[in-house]
Write a protein that binds this ligand. Structure first.
Ligand code: DAH
Length: 359
């Protein structure tokens, strides 16, 4: 028995007990005082950190007589637990307050004007190109492509326009060298596809850029766009051509439109026609759009010339075909009432934003 020591420890124990109580009160006061999450974290650190006051209490354990260690440990744990609960509930209160404050600050003012993003517009030329493509895809056509820098051979020779042919005058071009030029029309793609398909049936359209040495004005441009069409098979005749173009034109300009074929000349077709559509503005009575005639010229077409078939690997005795060439700007100008071809190319956003897909 070591009475004095026991007494000392009893004393210490009693002292510690009082100490625990006052420490708890101190923590409570600090928690109550904390008015932000940062403050509360500070409080936590003071008491719970490695060298914090609660850890200190645990270190004092070695001064407690063995038989009281359990009791002491329990009390320190009880204090820890209570302080923990108080911290947690205060934390919740402060978090809630912080959230409310944030929500208050972030309140959306629905009366403020919105941000206006600059979206531009799709060039009406492309709207029409897409529409033409969709109409022909709907009829089972495939889309073909060809180079814009083209060989004289494809641009002219294989289309039955030899070097000295007067038809070359109508399509003065930009030459890169004697044998190479910027294509003057999409028709060379006819020859290219025929050579590629090697005698198999063909049903293609080819949209693309073409170039001519022309002085630019409201209706002429040195660069413009066409859609070429070519169908080759056995038993293809002019009625097929007419039905195809009628369907295309009615989809493009309205179901009530009539078409008229006028005899014309292209070296690569025989017979050749210019195709007119009955005026969609006046219905045929005569107005400024149709220049009083009731008809609007829309495209060129014809039955593929036997020479062209032959030169490109098709036997004209066995195969026939029809072809057509549509000026995309012309169709777009008619559809949207655009009066100057140059507007398509100058990228004036005010012009471009006016056009939307009609269908
Ligand atoms: N290539 C002709 C031009 O640019 C347009 C044309 C006419 C194409 C009749 C054709 C056609 O395929 O059959 O003037």
């Amino acid at each position: 028995m070591f009475v004095p020591e026991r007494k000392f420890f009893y004393f210490l124990g009693g002292y510690m007990k009082g100490n625990l109580e006052s420490l708890l009160n101190e923590i409570k006061a600090k928690i109550a005082e904390a008015n932000s999450l940062e403050n509360l974290t500070d409080v936590f650190n003071i008491y719970y950190a490695k060298k914090g006051k609660i850890s200190e209490l645990m270190q004092l354990m070695r001064n407690i007589p063995n038989e009281e260690k359990a009791e002491y440990g329990k009390e320190v744990n009880a204090l820890k637990e209570e302080a923990n609960l108080l911290l947690a509930s205060k934390k919740q209160v402060l978090e809630q307050a912080a959230l409310s404050q944030q929500l208050e600050q972030e309140k959306i003012d629905l009366t403020l004007p919105g941000k206006n993003y600059y979206t531009g517009g799709i060039n009406p030329l492309f709207l029409i190109k897409d529409e033409i493509e969709n109409i022909f895809i709907g009829m089972g056509y495939e889309i073909a492509e060809g180079p814009e820098i083209e060989a004289d051979h494809f641009n002219f020779e294989l289309l039955n326009i030899p070097a000295d042919h007067p038809a070359r005058d109508m399509q003065d071009s930009f030459y890169i060298d004697e044998k190479t030029l910027l294509r003057t029309h999409t028709s060379p793609v006819q020859a290219r596809v025929m050579q590629e398909k090697k005698g198999q049936p063909i049903k293609i359209i080819c949209p693309g850029k073409v170039f001519r040495r022309d002085d630019d004005d409201a209706t002429h441009s040195h660069q413009f766009a066409q859609v070429e069409g070519l169908v080759i098979d056995k038993n293809i005749n002019m009625a097929n051509l007419k039905a195809t173009l009628e369907l295309f034109i009615r989809k493009m300009f309205g179901e009530k439109r009539e078409i008229r074929l006028r005899s014309s000349y292209f070296p690569f077709t025989e017979p050749s026609v210019e195709v007119d559509v009955s005026c969609f503005e006046c219905g045929g009575k005569g107005c400024s759009v149709c220049k009083g005639t009731g008809w609007i010229e829309i495209l060129g077409a014809g039955m593929v010339h036997p020479n062209v078939l032959q030169m490109n690997g098709y036997n004209p005795e066995e195969y026939q075909g029809f072809a057509f060439g549509i000026g995309i700007e012309r169709v777009a100008m008619l559809r949207y009432g655009i009066d100057d071809i140059r507007k398509f190319y100058t990228n004036d956003i005010r012009f471009l934003q006016q056009y939307v897909r009609i269908k």
